[in-house]
Design a protein. Sequence first.
Length: 471
Amino acid sequence: MAAIDAHYDYIIIGAGSGNSIPTPEFDDKTIAIVEKGLFGGTCMNVGCIPTKMYVVAADRAHQASDSSKLGLNTEYNGADWKSIVKRVFHDRIDLIAEGGEAYRRGPETPNITVYDQHATFIAPKTLKTGQGAEEKIISADTIIVAAGSRPIIPSGIANSGVTYHTNETIMRLDEQPKSMTIVGGGFIAAEFAHVFQSLGTKVTWVNRSPLLRALDDELVTRYNEIADARFDTRIGRICKTAREDENGVTLVLDDDSEVTSEVLLVATGRQPNGDQMDPAAAGIEMHEDGRIKVDEYGRTTAEGVWALGDVSSPYQLKHVANAETKAVRHNILHPDEMVEMPHKHVPSAIFTNPQIATVGLTEQQAKDQGYNTTVKVQNYGDVAYGWALEDSTSIVKLVADKDTGKLLGAHYMGPQASTLIQQMITVMAFDLDVREVAMNQYWIHPALPEVTENALLGLDFEFPDVIRQES
């Protein structure tokens, strides 16, 4: 093995959530941060944050396109695409990413060294980063792998030679496309379908199974009905081959039908990046799905090596990666008082239209696990604020255990879903009885949280007929 160029107390691979590891407790430690891309990781640069900035614009456009049900005559006249890109990236995201890297390279953190080339393991606790004249061999007493994930590209597209985009490039297009084909049926596909259709792009959506099929069946059915009415959907289809010419990219589907659009977006999921780092050379084992194996505390199978975030977590969610970062940091600093990785009651949200948020078990999962369930599906349109919205499609679905009064799952589809669900996350996190939650607090009338109140009261329990509050 080549001579080691530098040894550190810690090496952190990935400057997304991994960049949050060094807190003042590490000021007396030597640290190397290895990041071949942009500081801030997927969420900051190509994921959660910029996409939501696009979603806000799309929501305004979608609302303006037709408000006739509210007695208004409004219309959407088009987007200044270059202005949107500038607002999101040049004026905000890029500056933060550049500032984050400059901070780690600057005098404020003199104990930290930044490496900006790809790294692979070549031995236990030892990495090679860069190639040729830029190659460095570095080692550490402790290594934290937070290398994230990358888009999955189906072979029919990857091997075709056509131009395609992923979430990592689609938001920086020079011009807004007139038409777009989206391949994939998960949350990334759903959010971009809403964004581009709302801003005026004709969207064709191809997926081999029902859209957002991991959700509760009630939400899957209702969302697919809405999507079928809004987009040109090709459900149950896969891409066999693809070609490109002056008209754009044409996909040949498995029923021999063809779809041609100016731009192709591939949103078929993301795979962990651990396989790109030769983890076996360091004694790090992998799951069959490509995740690095970690125990309940975040330790890999190699002594002194930890992992967190998309590279190892069962949840590809930024709030989970952040929570895992806190747990791993604590466990490294307090090896005799370790805490388990925080994987209970993990919520998620999809910022499409309608907005979707969920936590806990679906109805089918609860039944499969043997719970004595009670379920309530509550329409937004049955409460006062729902009347104001003239809402006819939005719902809350709650799943609870009849034997204990504990909430097992909450599923929202409609306006403010990601905010409304927070109360139900609290209920589950603190193991509250839904009967008490429904009756022992006020629900502001006529605010939208009344839809949650009515859903709770619709569960099959006996509720007291008055609010009882201790003085």
